[in-house]
Design a protein around this ligand. Structure first.
Ligand SMILES: *Cc1c(COP(=O)(O)O)cnc(C)c1O
Length: 380
């Protein structure tokens, strides 16, 4: 049987322009905390249309800095969807907070706004919305709940850079919006992350938080000709290097074309699965632009008497890089043991988790690659 050598497990696209930008920075005076950091922050802020962008060294650091900015304290509760990457919940735990898991919508796997209010208590401080697969959440509904209960709204937009909700870009939809530049994400800096916000106080505090809690950075002190600094809060070393920021700036320029290609691939999948009894794509809401970090389908294993394990293994053997995103967070041993999260806490998430499969989607895939993936799926 034919294999698919073209769709490799290499997720990132790095070309000579990217390499040149990194090498130029390596030859410059600043390897870290230099001019490229601010330049990347400015490019990113203007790309999404936010007042401030704060660069950090991972999406997880972006989430952690956000939790620190809104001053999550031991005992505080933060609402998160059951289906997300573990880092969304871990960031709450880092600050001593308690993640409160809310079930997802069966069609989109986005947090179900109708199930949030029953989980809100006097201790609830924030809601984290995860733009799963690259689809922006229902921010009108989430904002209404946040305003009504006086909660912060945080967007984990690690999947959704390039997405739009009702004409507003992802990165402007919540009080704090977090991004990741891990190689599997829509743009990469190797490791890296960003927070966007219109709140200048939060931005200032997060720049301090990423630098050990010290108010001025190395570059600023060099410019002012001073050595003196003070540590104001307990921070971390979450700094992103200058050569990574140089890479990020070049990657960001290419993002619109990459998103367009991801959307075209998604349409090709959509068309193919239109009348399939076996493959059902997640629903795409109206009034949004989907960033298609993932193309997730639900498979009808019951009627086709096959297991996901079999489908997964056979597709991987053919070179198709399928995946599963994600086991409901509270079913991980850490959360089960520490938070006593019981089975059936979020029944929709648990049910849908058994049915989902993420198909490969990358701007480097050709139409023929996409057809190959479709053909392999229809073999079942
Ligand atoms: C990737 C990802 C993160 C974490 O980003 P890192 O850069 O890997 O730390 C957090 N949340 C979601 C939804 C992600 O996909």
């Amino acid at each position: 049987m034919n294999t698919l050598p073209i769709v490799s497990s290499k997720a990132q696209i790095v070309d000579s322009e990217d390499i040149r930008a990194v090498v130029e920075t390596l030859q410059s005076d600043w390897l870290t905390t230099g001019p490229q950091v601010e330049a990347f922050e400015n490019d990113f802020a203007s790309f999404v249309g936010a007042k401030e962008a704060v660069a950090v060294n991972s999406g997880t650091a972006a989430l952690h800095a956000s939790m620190a900015a809104i001053d999550i304290q031991p005992g505080d509760e933060v609402v998160v969807p059951a289906i997300t990457f573990v880092a969304t919940a871990n960031a709450i735990v880092y600050e001593g907070g308690t993640p409160v898991f809310v079930d997802v919508d069966v069609e989109t796997l986005l947090i179900d706004p109708q199930k949030i209010e029953e989980k809100i208590t006097a201790k609830t401080k924030a809601i984290v919305a995860v733009d799963y697969a690259g689809q922006p959440c229902n921010y009108d509904a989430l904002q209404a709940i946040a305003i009504k209960h006086n909660l912060f709204l945080i967007a984990d937009a690690c999947h959704a850079i390039g997405g739009v909700y009702k004409g507003k870009k992802v990165g402007t939809l919540a009080d704090l919006n977090t991004f990741s530049f891990h190689p599997v994400k829509n743009i990469t800096t190797g490791e890296g992350g960003m927070i966007t916000t219109d709140n200048e106080k939060f931005a200032r505090e997060m720049r301090c938080f990423r630098n050990h809690g010290i108010e001025t950075d190395h570059h600023q002190r060099a410019q002012k000709g001073t050595w003196y600094y003070e540590q104001k809060i307990l921070g971390f070393n979450y700094r992103l290097t200058d050569f990574q920021c140089a890479l990020g700036r070049v990657q960001l320029k290419k993002l619109p074309a990459w998103i367009a290609r991801r959307q075209k691939i998604a349409r090709q999948f959509d068309q193919a699965f239109l009348n399939s009894g076996f493959v059902k794509p997640l629903t795409k809401n109206s009034e949004i632009i989907h960033a298609y970090h993932l193309y997730v389908v639900k498979l009808n294993f019951r009627d086709y008497s096959i297991t996901r394990e079999q489908v997964f293994t056979m597709l991987r053997e053919k070179g198709v890089q399928v995946n599963v995103h994600y086991l409901p967070v509270y079913l991980h041993p850490f959360y089960r043991e520490k938070y006593g999260a019981a089975k059936r806490l979020c029944p929709v998430a648990e049910q849908v988790y058994e049915e989902i499969l993420s198909l490969p989607v990358s701007p480097s895939m050709s139409d023929t690659d996409v057809d190959f993936v479709i053909d392999q799926l229809f073999e079942f």
